[in-house]
Write a protein that binds this ligand. Structure first.
Ligand code: LLP
Length: 378
């Protein structure tokens, strides 16, 4: 990686393919399972085409994502469109392209989709995103299935909204959608979701309605602490949790929307050390990458493993030094790690920030008038 310009995202296509193969191995015997890739995690065209080629669907949350997934070759019928604030032009775009499913987040949105679809002489296939009020064990900013979150329709209102969907023109009610949060490593969170879905399905069936599709969203977490030891997420445990606890009805399809677990480990943020600055109380390793390239540490206090690749090549046996690894941005929160042990580091060293393939490049910004990071595939 010596010739690469920094800061840059570097993606390992072999690991991405191995990850996709692992998902297929865990699901392929079950034609009821349909995995969509949540493209918000990483919307690089080359990554999208690789995932589309392997037969996955796409989960989108904006018109731009719908367009990008069509351009990358995802079949329209395997594209789902979620999000609490779908604009009219985005609904039109999705209908024009004949996407498989709108995951509807409110009665108000459903009425607008009905109006637009009727005016276009189309039928929108809709699933209702139900807020299951399940408390997932993750960072407060990335939990989505609690009653106080803005997402979805309250479960108490489910029957009323399903009834209304049958009365409104231009809509076909196809199923229920859920998503409880992200970076979930405790399978009991997904188990709790399954039990809640079973209850809601009972309620729906007793009222005479049937969901042909159940979508359980995404959320499977990855190992940020030991990325090399666990490069592929625990798909076995994840899918078997749903097999074991979710009571699927005859002919029902089960959809997943995985983002992070598909791409996170396949990407690193490569950066160069600009300065090693010593003060009375601290040693700062100042990188040419900052919160503009990888926002997660500043936004969620997330810790990504940091490795000094140049020091590893030097093979020195000096003891590690305790440093704060920071970026160049004019914000005090522009810190990748505090009191972190790195081998002796010097100006010009190349540093890898691991597990950056998901929610890294897609959340990058041009703050401080910086260019967007470069991209390499290896
Ligand atoms: N489906 C829906 C409706 C979602 O909102 C999300 C993520 C996913 C699927 C994919 O979830 P995943 O499998 O990637 O956990 N920027 C944050 C993560 C935000 C997740 C937003 N929704 C982070 O860097 O941790």
């Amino acid at each position: 990686m010596k010739g690469f310009s920094t800061p840059a995202y570097v993606y390992d296509t072999q690991l991405l393919n191995d990850t996709l193969e692992s998902i297929k191995a865990e699901t392929c015997n079950d034609p009821a399972f349909c995995v969509h890739y949540a493209i918000k995690a990483n919307d690089q065209h080359d990554i999208l085409t690789m995932i589309a080629k392997q037969g996955f669907g796409a989960d989108c949350v904006s018109g731009g994502e719908v367009r990008a997934s069509i351009e990358a070759g995802f079949p329209a019928e395997l594209i789902t469109f979620a999000g609490v604030g779908k604009a009219d032009w985005e609904i039109v775009l999705a209908l024009e392209n004949g996407i498989g499913m709108f995951n509807v987040e409110s009665r108000e949105e459903m009425e607008v989709i009905s109006e637009i679809a009727t005016a276009m002489n189309k039928v929108a296939h809709i699933s209702l995103r139900i807020n299951p009020d399940v408390h997932a064990n993750t960072h407060a900013h990335i939990t989505t299935g609690r009653a106080e979150n803005k997402f979805g329709i309250a479960s108490e209102d489910m029957l009323e909204v399903v009834r209304l969907s049958n009365d409104l023109p231009g809509l076909s009610f196809e199923g229920l959608h859920f998503h409880i949060g992200s970076q979930l490593l405790d399978m009991s969170d997904f188990e709790a979701l399954c039990l809640r879905i079973n209850q809601l399905q009972d309620k729906l069936e007793s009222a005479g309605f049937h969901a042909k599709n159940i979508n359980v969203g995404g959320g499977l977490g990855v190992d940020y602490e030991h990325p090399q030891e666990h490069p592929i997420a625990n798909f076995k445990a994840y899918f078997s949790t749903f097999r074991q606890h979710l009571q699927l009805l005859q002919g029902q399809r089960l959809h997943f929307e995985l983002g992070r677990s598909i791409v996170a480990q396949a990407g690193i943020l490569l950066s160069k050390v600009l300065y090693v600055k010593h003060t009375a109380t601290k040693n700062f390793v100042i990188l040419d990458a900052g919160m503009t390239e990888l926002l997660r540490p500043a936004l969620y206090g997330a810790l990504h493993k940091i490795e000094n690749l140049s020091a590893e090549e030097r093979h020195t046996d000096e003891s590690p030094e305790c440093v704060d690894v920071v970026g160049p941005i004019c914000e005090s929160s522009d810190v990748f790690a505090r009191d972190y042990l790195l081998p002796h580091t010097q100006r010009g060293d190349l540093v890898a920030i691991r597990t950056a393939g998901a929610y890294g490049q897609t959340m990058a910004s041009t703050y401080n008038h910086r260019p967007l990071p470069k991209v390499y595939f290896i």
